[in-house]
Design a protein around this ligand. Sequence first.
Ligand code: ADP
Ligand code: MG
Ligand code: ZN
Length: 620
Amino acid sequence: MEQQKPNQQEPPKRDNYYMPLLGGLLIVLLINGLLMPGLRGKQIVTTDYGTFVEKVDSGLVTGVVIEGDNIFFTEKNGERETTFQTGSMDDPELVDRLLQAKSPNEDGHIRFLRTVPRENSPLLDFLLWWVLPGLLFYAIWRQTSKSLQARMGGGSFLSPGNSGAKIYADSSIKTTFADVAGQDEAKDALREIVDFLHKPDKYARIGATLPKGALLVGPPGTGKTLIARAVAGEAKVPFFAISGSEFVQMFVGMGAAKVRDLFKQAGDKAPCIIFIDEIDAIGKKRDTAMGNDEREQTLNQLLTEMDGFDGRKGVVILAATNRPESLDKALLRPGRFDRRIQMELPDLEGRKAILNVHLKTVQHEQVDVDLVARATAGSSGAELANIVNEAALRAVRAGRDRVTTADLEESVETVIAGAQKKGKVLSEEERKIVSYHETGHALVAALQTHSAPVHKITIVPRTSGALGYTMQVDSGEQALLSREDLFNRIATLTGGRAAEEAICHTVTTGASNDIEQATRLARAMVTRYGMSAKYDMMGLETVNNAYLGGDTSLACSADTAADIDREVLQLIQEAHAKARELITTHADIMHEAAGFLLEKETITGDEFMAIVNKHLHPGN
Ligand code: ADP
Ligand code: MG
Ligand code: ZN
């Protein structure tokens, strides 16, 4: 169990939309401050109008300021100055009185003035009451919607027209077809699209429209994403790359908006390429009982947009999936993704080419690419890339500056069976059983002409749990497997257990993986390959997703299902008996080879075959 990481939450983000808010308040206060009357800071005594008139008449007042409804006046009594305030009255004689009154001022007159009440200007009013709050609200809304957006993983919130589809400029994609090894058929099909994007006129002149969309189909790791990028790199046109899952949003309708937006942007930039990776995220069949409104709307929008496009304009839509059977039929009809480009697992030549492409980027000695390619039947391009990288890491660990064939071989084993488990200590008895078990597999394989020769046997425990294993390497690649081939494979798989029984007189848990594989093979022979006498060419199972593990579901009655089990059992029993027979008759080989293995931990195919041949043909 992995140790639980301490809950590393982001530090709470500062709510920075309070900043404009505070700023706004500050501005209001400042403006108010400016508008306040000038007579501030002095001690002001409030008094009545009568007192004011009296004081004016008494000749002690120096100045009077009438401001709106207030009258401020200052009295000078000796050196003491006092300012008073009183309310103004409708007093027409006030001016006369002020003019006639005496005052301690030098000229003997009272200074008096009326200030014009400063009305806020209409413009300022407008700014203050309408524009400023408006700006504040806008700022707050922007902040909220932005943080909401971030929380919902991109996409537009309330604001239409920016969906965040990544735009790759021409220069940013350096991938070319040269980076994609093998896959020649796919490249040919895509080269036509590249040509079309370069010279649309050539096609328009003759009236040809190119397929609007091409669907890249194949198991994971076969280079679908890689080749799509290579198309963009070759065509040197804008490349809109988006993953199907990015369309699926929290709210119904947002994915559809994103599709609309994507196609609008692409239309403006034509000629260009739209690439939708993992399109099955939105393109699933719409027939499930429990519909998904958001996904369906998004798919509908995609269908509509694809129809609305003028094929001559130069927008090409590429999509990739490893679940083509789950796609909605409407997506696949002509005018949409009508071209289907198959990306298969690489064959021997393909694997060599892929290894060479990836070896170019690492320093290496002269390596036996052919050997590695033969040892990796069924591996995808991604796995091969991984093997080369593991080999480079191993070389670094060993303090070398070049990758060797041994590095590659070891990393093949690491990828297939896991890393060596150094600390694991087996008892002598266990080591002996493992040795015989593995030798059993190898001997049965070697004695059946149709099985691949043994490449290597080891009894070094691996992190995957394997205590040892036998590596078989196909010399060539077979497109067709006969019933005999498959039967021999099952016999080879039972060889380990057969050796335990025949020589060690025991049975162990070490055979569990063999059992699984043998059963799967035998089952396929009966239900899918029509290789049992009883069921002839009747299909009893269908494969659900060919590219992802290949789950199967039964397509027959329960009675037949029970009978299939009997047929499978019979096949396995026959193979097991054959293996046991081979091992008992060649017990001498078993003892010698297992002894060698027990001592050296690893035996190569050549060493093993030498022992076998020495016993089979003693004369040589
Ligand atoms: P997919 O999209 O089909 O699952 P990718 O295109 O993501 O697979 O491939 C993953 C990686 O595997 C690539 O980045 C590349 O390094 C390697 N790879 C796969 N196929 C090839 C190939 N034909 N030639 C070279 N490298 C390949
Ligand atoms: Mg991919
Ligand atoms: Zn085994």
